[in-house]
Design a binder for this molecule. Structure first.
Ligand code: PLP
Length: 285
């Protein structure tokens, strides 16, 4: 199994970065996760657009040209024989003596890539749905940047694991759901409206979120981009988590509140099927 580190493909177990890499010391970097389905990348352009945006918000240069990143992704998929799974890519500001301020001498950003094999076809979450918990929102004010600084997300996900749940939805001080620790949050209201939070700096601009919004409209489902309260979620007909590797995962229980009959609902299953068709078809490259 190979990893890619700054221009070289090396054995995963021997891949190393410098101890003064600013990603390691300061969390000064960003990342992307792209799903691989049948050997192809899903929504590649969207992920690379977001990578460029995250980097520019932090004033980190692209480590190599976009086309080179695309080529390295494909080489990693090929070398590691990934039919289904993901490519993880991470860019940090680079190696410099530890200091909060940016290095005064320009440094080369560091690019690392790994892959992971995943058997999407056999995942019970898609057929049985999942249970989630909620936690207080504890992140910073720029959640639209896909930073590698993920401590609050890690604490939330760990709380979910310890509760036997799949994900934790983060709830802000006003009682509104922001998003999951690694997924966007959705509900289907009693009026059969699909609701997910609007895009601003409060949430990550999910690539899957964007695709699912388009698929919902194509399928004649009414959509509303707005914040919803936790109370509204408890009373929802259905709920879902979307992300590159969650696709549209049906949620059947939020905290102690069972949604519907406790099984994935028809709207969610329709959206999941539409997403799977898209991801294996015109969304793949
Ligand atoms: N929100 C957060 C906090 C995430 O970490 C992720 C993905 O990892 C998402 C949402 C979903 O984004 P995407 O659909 O681009 O994977």
């Amino acid at each position: 199994r190979y990893a890619y580190v700054n221009g070289r493909y090396c054995h995963h177990g021997e891949a190393t970065v410098h101890i003064e890499d600013r990603g390691y010391q300061l969390g000064d970097g960003v990342y992307e996760v792209v799903t691989i389905l049948n050997g192809k990348m899903v929504d590649e352009a969207g992920h690379l657009d977001r990578l460029e945006r995250s980097l520019s918000e932090l004033r980190i240069d692209m480590p190599v040209k976009r086309d080179v990143i695309r080529m390295i992704c494909r080489e990693m998929v090929k070398r590691n024989g990934i039919d289904n799974g993901l490519v993880y890519m991470q860019v940090t500001r680079g190696v410099a003596p530890r200091n909060h301020a940016f290095p005064t001498k320009p440094v080369k950003p560091a690019l690392v890539m790994t892959t992971k094999r995943m058997d999407f076809a056999r995942m019970a979450k898609f057929t049985d749905g999942v249970e989630i918990i909620t936690v207080p929102e504890q992140r910073w004010a720029r959640r639209d940047i896909k930073t590698i600084g993920l401590l609050p997300n890690c604490l939330g996900k760990q709380a979910a694991v310890e509760a036997g749940a799949y994900e934790a939805w983060q709830v802000d001080d006003d009682g509104y759901v922001t998003e999951g620790t690694s997924s966007n949050a959705w509900i289907l209201t009693k009026e059969k409206k699909l609701v997910t939070r609007q895009l601003n700096q409060d949430i990550l601009h999910g690539i899957t979120r964007k695709t699912v919004l388009e698929l919902a409209v194509e399928n004649g489902i009414e959509v509303e981009e707005r914040a919803f309260t936790l109370q509204e979620a408890y009373e929802a007909l259905e709920a879902y988590a979307t992300s590159a590797t969650s696709f549209v995962t049906p949620i059947v229980k939020i905290d102690d509140h069972v949604l519907g009959n406790g099984k994935p609902g028809s709207f969610g299953l329709k959206l999941l099927a539409a997403y799977q068709e898209y991801a294996g078809g015109k969304g793949a490259s």
